[in-house]
Design a protein around this ligand. Structure first.
Ligand code: ATP
Length: 323
């Protein structure tokens, strides 16, 4: 019988994590369980920093970006000794199950804990959208909208000066945000980690657009692409006279992560939090809670371990038609 659960956020923060914490706590309380919040991800498990977190404590946090529990990257958790310490601390508090809100790395950590015998359920949350087991993860929609707003603004200034702007967006080794913000922002070109870029070809296309009198050009570059903003800037600097456009580069970086979560992420996070509590109630552990179509599903960790989500080739093709 479940009596006590704990929840933590891990890895890169994502807008909507707070809505997920709130949902886990309130759905847990509705089951009659005592709920705990762990500070700073897996580091907090190792340090034993967890406190009771009730319905009231998670009030007024849903609209805030980031995570009120704090997040951390923790190398010690990658060791067996570190995880043994974590399990000891969880047992000492009488925790029956743990909810891990985070991305790929965090779910690998959660799985490692589960394989050592501790009951764990994961919630898919990362702006990278690289997690297999969920069509989309918490934070992606908000991060995409922030990237899009920046692209729209850069387009305005680019048009006034007939410039080309390289906009670098986050996403680690996954090009999802670059692809989708490029599609929604009407980018002239997109560089992705998943697709090889021929810079010579790109320079030719830019020159053609310039010759045709295009007022601006936007190139969205994924941070994980071979031709990210700095490589592209370097290449274009060496080939400046052939481009026509003068080039400027902007790296959005963490700006993309800091926003208040939009409606989509708050709703998704609330539903995934509920899904995690339901999974715990069924005593279904070692699973990731995610979205499939419009349904909340669970996928066993062993089915997602080591896998990375791929981009839809049809969407890549579409961006090439529409640019
Ligand atoms: P994001 O991609 O959104 O930044 P993430 O969850 O993928 O989030 P990571 O930094 O990859 O972020 O992982 C977060 C933490 O998970 C790591 O600092 C580490 O403590 C733990 N972790 C990652 N991989 C493992 C593993 N194989 N075994 C145990 N723990 C792990």
């Amino acid at each position: 019988m479940i009596q006590r659960i704990a929840v933590l956020t891990s890895g890169g923060d994502a807008p909507g994590m707070n809505a997920a914490i709130r949902s886990v706590v309130r759905c847990g309380v509705a089951k009659g369980w005592k709920t705990f919040g762990v500070r700073n991800g897996f580091q907090g498990l190792i340090n034993g920093t967890m406190e009771p977190l009730g319905t009231r404590e998670v009030g007024g946090i849903m609209h805030r970006g980031g995570t009120v529990l704090g997040s951390a990257r923790c190398d010690e958790f990658k060791t067996i000794e570190g995880r043994e310490l974590a399990i000891r601390n969880l047992n000492q508090r009488g925790i029956d199950a743990l909810v891990v809100i985070g991305g790929n790395g965090s779910q690998a950590g959660a799985n490692a804990l589960y394989e050592m015998g501790f009951p764990v359920v994961g919630i898919a949350s990362t702006i990278d959208n690289d997690l297999v087991g969920s069509d989309i993860t918490i934070g992606v929609d908000t991060a995409l909208n922030i990237a899009l707003e920046a692209i729209d603004r850069l387009k305005v200034t680019a048009s006034s000066h007939q410039r080309a702007f390289i906009v670098e967006v986050m996403g680690r080794n996954c090009g999802y945000i670059a692809l989708m913000s490029g599609l929604a922002g009407g980018a002239e070109a997109i560089t992705l980690p998943e697709v090889k870029t021929d810079p010579e070809q790109l320079a030719k296309e830019l020159h053609k657009a310039y010759e045709q009198g295009k007022a601006h050009a936007i190139i969205v570059a994924a941070e994980g692409a071979e031709y990210n903003a700095s490589r592209l800037t370097e290449y274009f600097a060496e080939n400046r006279e052939r481009l026509g456009f003068s080039i400027r580069s902007t790296t959005l970086g963490h700006v993309q992560r800091g926003g208040a979560p939009g409606a989509y992420d708050r709703i998704l996070a609330s539903r995934l939090g509920h899904g995690a509590v339901e999974a715990i109630d069924r005593e279904e552990f070692g699973v990731l809670v995610g979205l499939n179509g419009n349904n909340i599903i669970t996928t066993p960790y062993k089915m997602i371990a080591g896998k990375v989500k791929t981009l839809d080739p049809k969407v890549i093709e579409l961006t090439q038609i529409l640019d």
